[in-house]
Design a protein around this ligand. Structure first.
Ligand SMILES: *Cc1c(COP(=O)(O)O)cnc(C)c1O
Length: 485
């Protein structure tokens, strides 16, 4: 299976080349040339790792089957995922939660970032690339920690993470500042997330810097979600969740269901779209947004308009105005790379584009779009706790609220639960009527006491872990930090 760019179908790559390169040279994203179909019945009975190896093998055709199975066992084995990869629990008749936070950092990004580093190291081997890889990550929280855990101590790789000094929760900051590993570097950057991101982007686009790296045999890359190697692993849990519901007797093989996904960069929900095209009986994918509802407006009007106010919310991983992976959906539904290039040019120039009506109609056949403001999100946390005795983090609560609004009373719905509620103890505690203290450890303890639930061990242990990284740098210092890798 080969890949080409969403903006130029003549640019072809193998899977491992697409993963090494990340983004196509003219700015497009790599997409598979065709989407394979699978026979659902043939997947029954496989454990999560075997399922992952089988499904990924359809896309990553220049990786060996043995490698994929070994990598999946290393990434998703019981020691990393508590034996609970893609655990699906019933909240009410017809409403389920797919818990994607049993990995090492308590957020769903572990599914991509536990496996993707292994795919990258193998891609270097397949392509006889002996360069050193330097990974730069600007993060507002979850991605940085998940990337550090995934890349730590891998041969031939150095990783530096830059986070806004006052832009993350205390828990998120400590998760990164206490990171173990010999090849990891963590910096707080004075300013907000945009300052960190702009500083990192400047390094990536600096031609002199690139020449310097090339001379040293060093290859600079990022760990963000437009890399195919981050997207593909997320297809697996849609299948795993469906098959688990069949196994539990909640569904008959072939029954349709909906998935509702709390969405930011459109990567997670796009993986569901691939699963649907591969033959998983998904009726609709529900795209849930918070107050930053640019996607909801797009679904209603066909106009993608990023020229609007940005809101900071209690679900920060969904606070995004440009959802990069939407580009892949537009390509797959139109098959027209010239159109995509035009739309993305318009986005870069005017922060806005409009899709042809026929394309909007095609998207509406597989997607529905909804959004939830802060008040309703907090009310949903409280209601779900009261009614279902289930604790949801704010991202999950946004999706639950949209799922309830879109329910047709017939089609079951699986909500993707993307973060453990204890990653956001203060917000969840406040939603349940407790008094948040502006101190994450106090809030965590209060939430445990109020609900009788237990926080994940790695989050509880953070208080005792030695802080390894205390440096705060100015955005101008990012190139020097990158140079030192
Ligand atoms: C990253 C993230 C999301 C959004 O996922 P996308 O793939 O960017 O749409 C939702 N919830 C949580 C907790 C996340 O970390």
């Amino acid at each position: 299976m080969n890949y080409h760019s969403t903006r130029d179908t003549s640019l072809r790559r193998t899977a491992s080349q697409a993963i090494l390169q990340g983004i196509s040279e003219e700015g497009g994203l790599f997409v598979p040339q065709e989407i394979p179909r699978v026979d659902l019945a043939s997947l029954q009975g496989l454990d999560y790792c075997a399922l992952a190896a089988k499904l990924l093998g359809l896309y990553l055709t220049d990786y060996s089957e043995e490698f994929l199975l070994r990598a999946a066992r290393q990434a998703y084995g019981p020691q990393r995922f508590e034996g609970a990869a893609a655990k699906t629990v019933k909240l009410e008749p017809g409403l389920y939660s797919l818990e994607l936070w049993h990995g090492p950092t308590s957020a769903f990004k572990d599914y991509a970032l536990q496996l993707m580093p292994l795919l990258l190291v193998e891609a270097k081997r397949i392509n006889r690339d002996n360069s050193k890889t330097a990974i730069l990550v600007a993060t507002s929280g979850d991605t940085g920690k998940a990337a550090l855990e995934g890349y730590k101590d891998l041969p031939g790789i150095e990783i530096a993470v830059f986070y806004p000094a006052h832009g993350t929760s205390e828990t998120q900051r400590l998760q990164m500042a206490t990171q173990e590993g010999e090849n990891v570097h963590v910096f707080a950057v004075e300013g907000n997330f945009d300052d960190a991101q702009t500083g990192v982007k400047r390094v990536f686009t600096d031609a002199a810097f690139a020449a310097e790296c090339a001379a040293q045999g060093k290859h600079l890359t990022s760990a963000n979600s437009i890399n195919w190697g981050r997207l593909a692993p997320q297809i697996v849990y849609y299948f795993a969740s469906y098959l688990e519901l069949v196994r539990q007797g909640e569904l008959q093989l072939g029954d349709a269901l909906d998935f509702c996904v709390p969405t930011g960069n459109f990567g997670d929900i796009l993986a569901g779209y691939y699963a649907r095209r591969m033959g998983l009986p998904v009726r609709r994918l529900l795209c849930a947004s918070n107050k930053n509802n640019v996607l909801t407006d797009f679904g209603a009007s066909g106009v993608y308009d990023a020229d609007r106010p940005f809101y900071k919310t209690a679900s920060p991983s969904m606070d995004i105005l440009v959802s990069s992976n939407l580009e892949r959906l537009l390509y797959h539904e139109s098959g027209d790379a010239d159109l995509i290039a035009q739309l993305m040019d318009a986005l870069a120039e005017n922060k806005k584009y409009q899709v042809p009506r026929s394309l909007g109609q095609r998207i509406a056949e597989s997607f529905a779009f909804g959004c939830t403001g802060e008040e309703r999100c907090f009310a949903e946390i409280a209601a779900t706790w009261e009614k279902d005795h289930y604790l949801a983090d704010p991202h999950t609560a946004v999706a639950l609220s949209v799922a309830r609004a879109e329910a047709d009373g017939k089609t079951p719905c699986v909500v993707l639960s993307t973060a453990n509620p204890y990653k956001f103890s203060g917000a969840v505690l406040g939603a349940l009527g407790g008094r948040a203290q502006q101190d994450d450890f106090a809030d965590l303890a209060a939430l445990e006491q109020l609900t009788g639930t237990v926080a994940p061990a790695p989050l509880r242990a953070l208080r005792e872990k030695p802080v390894r990284f205390e440096a705060t740098i100015r955005p101008e210092g990012i190139p020097a930090a990158a140079r030192a890798l």
